[in-house]
Ligand binder design. Structure first.
Ligand code: SF4
Length: 267
């Protein structure tokens, strides 16, 4: 007799995958919940997952690659990951997930919303079938907010200064989120700075952000400028959508970069 199909929901520690877990709780009672832990997450993410675990009444399985980020950074020759070379997601998130799944037939539930325009999880494993319930059911940002409010789970605590889940040094962070990291977790900002390198012989810079090192970014004048630009952008958006709650505007703010965040880490 063939094994039954497994249903697995991969949590990122962000609002959308959390809302999806709440949304699917009654619909798929035998759901397995997993979180691929890079060991470089914010403490707010772990707290948010613990809160969700209490609500679901089910264990969230924590998966990790025991060798960790620093090992892989060495293997990749000290090249910090970037949107063009995102080795971190592959080795710290996707591989541990695929190892956990093995050869079992799996339906993998992903929290991409109907109002988003980004690709999902791409796998070479034919036994993993990604499904997108929010897209299938037409659920957008407003609906996600309602689900989180009604369940009383709410938003992750980092939401006041950063809207994306993921590693504290994630290169997908916008400039004002780096400022937020410095103000909320100065020790993690310092840790992030330590990863950046400058090769005086070749002139190569290994920085998290393509155009600026964190040392340049943390300069008081630059911080002031980043904050002003961020506030001006928010003010424009509030003007355009006066009836929208600020949290919703924050969630839709695509910031000063035009790269789309990774769906495995940031849902
Ligand atoms: S959160 Fe960012 S840095 Fe961390 S694994 Fe994902 S893409 Fe890489």
């Amino acid at each position: 007799m063939s094994k039954p199909v497994r249903h697995i929901l991969s949590l990122s520690g962000g609002k959308d995958s959390t809302a999806l877990a709440i949304y699917m709780r009654e619909r798929v009672p035998n759901m397995e919940y997993v979180f691929c832990d890079t060991d470089k997450e914010l403490k707010e993410t772990y707290e948010y997952l613990d809160k969700l675990e209490g609500f679901l009444g089910k264990k969230i399985v924590r998966l990790r690659d025991e060798r960790g980020f620093d090992h892989w950074l060495d293997i990749y020759g000290g090249y910090l990951p970037s949107s063009k070379m995102r080795w971190c997601t592959k080795v710290l998130k996707i591989k541990p997930f695929e190892k956990y799944v093995g050869d079992d037939e799996v339906m993998m539930y992903i929290g991409i919303r109907a109002d988003e325009n980004r690709g999902g999880y791409v796998t070479s494993k034919p036994n993993i079938r990604p499904v997108y319930p929010f897209i299938e059911d037409g659920l957008a940002l407003d609906d996600i907010h309602n689900i989180l409010d009604e369940s009383a789970i709410g938003f992750p605590a980092y939401y006041s200064w950063r809207t994306r889940s993921g590693c504290y040094f994630c290169f997908y962070q916008r400039k004002h989120e780096w400022v937020g990291l410095k103000e909320n977790h100065p020790e993690l900002f310092e840790e992030s700075k330590r990863y950046e390198k400058f090769n005086a012989t070749t002139g190569e810079r290994y920085t998290w952000s393509e155009r600026e090192s964190l040392e340049e970014l943390e300069h008081p004048e630059r911080v002031k400028q980043i904050k002003e630009q961020h506030l001006a952008r928010l003010a424009d958006q509030v003007k355009d959508k006066p009836k929208k709650p600020l949290l919703e505007i924050l969630g839709q703010d695509e910031g000063d970069d035009d790269i789309l965040p990774c769906s495995f880490c940031h849902t």
